[in-house]
Write a protein that binds this ligand. Structure first.
Ligand SMILES: Nc1ncnc2c1ncn2[C@@H]1O[C@H](COP(=O)(O)OP(=O)(O)OP(=O)(O)O)[C@@H](O)[C@H]1O
Length: 663
């Protein structure tokens, strides 16, 4: 909607000096937008609208569902596209264009932000401070964390775990404030919050909005928050309101006088309605009509004639050193993983599995009839450690993606550090649990001496590492909705094509085993069970006339001994050697792990590139000669510019200096 503000001064491309550079970080930020609209293909997500959020104030963004509140927040914080219109930022008298350096002063709190369930409020903030405040000393970081806890009124919950749907932790309101606190540690000057009160009752929601007010006042931050159906009390905690419908802005101005403005147009708030309910009623049912829409708001800040680009000095851009990234990530991940290492359910599960398997293969001997049970046991032990690591790593990428994107975009750490730390830390519970399982089955089934145990545990560990890597590959390469199907099909393939059930030469695709890591795991496990202690098996079965499967070793009377090599031959494993098996498993392990990392890196780079393109949009306009960003002299009183429509060189633009590669 077009405001009734003053006519914007004439501007043409002759303003060659309009983009100066600012080296000093702005002390405050206000954001202004004019005739801003966003479309996704044919879908109009935000109709042309204008507004301002001044530093130190908290502005509510209300409107009908689908009116574009989230889209507007994304556009203002440059996380989302701008199709037409203009957004600029101001620091007192100076008007600033968007730049990568400015991005560090703009924070965004998502509606469904994620944080670790196992960390306390203080730990969450402290780890965030360690990653995002590279220049601060430990004491300063702790002071900033304590200050944030006080400011957001989180003192009583400071040492409570965040919790999750499954484990009780802090309340919903405390969680929302923690999300805000995490973003505010770096002291941004503009904060966009997507529905900070959603899911909260009105008392708790009021505490959240009061905390935002405190932040705005004490840290001089401009805050804009989308909000659904606030109570009157919460509504009035906001300084101003931007009320949207699908056609644009219906009202922007002080919250206190919003209903008066509507009353002036014959829409007084009925006694049965609270002010915010009535405003929503007006927009949802389009009661205002087109006549009055444009007249309701206050005067616009004039569109500037000159924009300055803030370029931080490159030394202001660095992140914490790689060793510190690894230390913090490890400490943070360990806090999450540690409780699962000796978690009662999983210990019981693996003890139970061990006892069941030990009961089935109980105290095996060294007769011919023990060969098949030993062989199947050599299969059964590692197969457990194929399923668990594969299935438990499937969700690693989907469940971390939101936080990963966020932390990578704030340059908190490199993807490589995260990948190494997370994937290795997650192995710890599996190492402990496989140790329990393997040792129990081993002891109950009488598989051999310590060296045999070591070989079997080594095989299991290799299988575990290999299948965790394959799980990570799936996790990075496939959408979450396809993961279980793909993994189950793959597990079935691995399970069947080992040569154990049907000799591989008798299958239509005998070469399939070569592509099956389980084939090599089974081979190695059979070597461990039969080949290490050199024990031979006494020929003969208990059942008369049953004959022998090993005629070269056993005579007609059933006398003789069967060596391991005969067993390998009988089951088609004689062409394998432990070296080939280890080599093949390592090849699968390394290939899938590296592929998982490369794919994840591409995914994250694509996200960062998209953000970077949004950031660069205004810079590209600038490089195009300036005519695009600021309005030419025409009859319209607001700008109408197609940001992003211009492609051009970017000489003199700071974007390159901190171009991101997440590795
Ligand atoms: N990436 C996108 N692609 C296509 N359409 C989109 C996209 N993002 C938003 N939209 C559409 O744009 C419109 C505005 O979406 P937006 O999420 O900004 O609305 P909202 O006011 O925040 O809604 P709500 O109050 O229901 O959360 C909706 O119709 C939505 O479906």
């Amino acid at each position: 909607m077009v405001g009734s503000g003053p006519k914007v001064g004439a501007m043409t491309s002759k303003h060659a000096d309009k983009y100066d550079e600012l080296a000093q970080a702005p002390a405050t930020l206000s954001v202004h937008w004019r005739k801003l609209s966003v479309s996704f293909g044919e879908t109009r997500a935000l109709a042309a609208c204008s507004g301002d959020v001044e530093n130190g104030e908290v502005v509510a963004l209300m409107g009908s569902s689908g009116s574009g509140k989230t889209t507007l927040l994304n556009a203002l914080s440059r996380r989302g596209p701008i199709t037409k219109g203009m957004v600029w930022y101001s620091d007192g008298d100076r008007n600033l264009s968007w730049s990568k350096s400015l991005k560090k002063l703009v924070a965004y709190v998502e509606q469904d932000d994620h944080c670790s369930a196992h960390l306390t409020v203080r730990e969450t903030l402290y780890y965030a401070a360690r990653l995002r405040l590279p220049k601060a000393s430990v004491a300063e970081k702790m002071r900033v964390v304590d200050e944030m806890i006080d400011l957001l009124r989180l003192s009583s919950a400071a040492d409570t775990k965040v919790g999750s749907a499954l484990s009780r932790g802090i309340s919903g309101g405390e969680r929302k404030r923690l999300m805000v606190g995490q973003e505010m540690l770096t002291k941004p000057k503009l904060l966009a919050c997507d529905e900070p009160t959603s899911g909260l009752d009105s008392t708790i929601a009021a505490v959240v909005v009061e905390a935002l007010r405190d932040l705005a006042a004490k840290q001089n931050v401009a805050i804009v928050a989308s909000i659904h159906q606030p109570s009157s009390r919460i509504f009035l905690l906001f300084d101003r309101l931007v009320l949207l419908d699908r056609e644009g802005v219906v009202y922007r101005g002080p919250t206190a006088t919003a209903t008066d403005a509507f009353a002036a147009f014959g829409l007084p708030c009925p006694p049965a309605f609270s002010a915010p309910d009535w405003l929503l009623e007006v927009v949802v049912n389009d009661k205002l009509g087109t006549d009055h829409r444009e007249s309701i708001y206050y005067e616009d800040t004039p569109v500037p004639t000159k924009l300055i680009e803030y370029r931080a000095k490159s030394r202001d851009n660095y992140s914490v050193p790689a060793t510190e990234q690894v230390r913090v990530l490890f400490a943070r991940t360990w806090k999450e993983v540690w409780p699962s290492v000796f978690e009662l359910n999983s210990i019981m599960l693996h003890l139970g599995n061990g006892i069941l398997a030990g009961g089935m293969w109980f105290q095996l001997g060294y007769r011919e009839r023990d060969i098949w049970p030993r062989l199947t046991l050599a299969f059964a032990i590692p197969i457990t450690w194929v399923f668990y690591p594969l299935l438990s790593s499937l969700m690693v990428v989907p469940s971390n993606e939101v936080i990963l994107k966020k932390e990578l975009s704030t340059n908190s750490y490199k993807l490589g550090a995260w990948f190494i730390v997370t994937t290795t830390t997650l192995l710890t519970p599996m190492f402990v649990q496989s140790l329990i399982h393997v040792s129990l089955v081993f002891a109950l089934s009488n598989l051999g001496n310590f060296v045999v145990w070591l070989a079997i545990y080594g095989t299991t560990t290799l299988a575990l590492l290999c299948y965790q890597s394959i799980g990570l590959f799936f996790s990075a390469a496939l959408p979450a909705s396809r993961l279980t199907t793909a993994a189950m099909l793959y597990v079935t393939f691995c399970f069947l094509f080992t040569g154990l059930f049907v000799p591989l030469r008798d299958t239509p695709i005998p070469w399939a085993a070569a592509l099956n890591p389980m084939f090599y795991v089974l081979g190695l496990s059979v070597f461990a069970v039969f080949g290490i202690n050199g024990r031979k098996f006494r020929c003969g079965n208990d059942i008369e006339d049953e004959g022998t499967d090993f005629p070269t070793s056993c005579d007609e009377d059933g006398d003789g001994n069967i060596a391991a090599v005969e067993i390998f031959k009988e089951y088609g494993l004689d062409r394998l050697s432990p070296g080939i098996c280890v080599g093949a498993i390592l090849a699968f392990l390394i290939t899938s792990r590296v592929a998982a990392f490369i794919i994840l890196k591409r995914r994250m780079n694509a996200h960062l590139l998209q953000q970077s393109e949004l950031t660069d949009a205004s810079s590209s306009q600038r490089a195009a000669g300036g005519g695009g960003l600021l309005p030419d002299d025409d009859d319209d009183d607001v700008v109408d510019i197609e940001i992003g429509a211009t492609t051009s060189s970017r000489e003199g633009v700071s974007a390159d200096e901190d171009e991101k590669d997440v590795t």
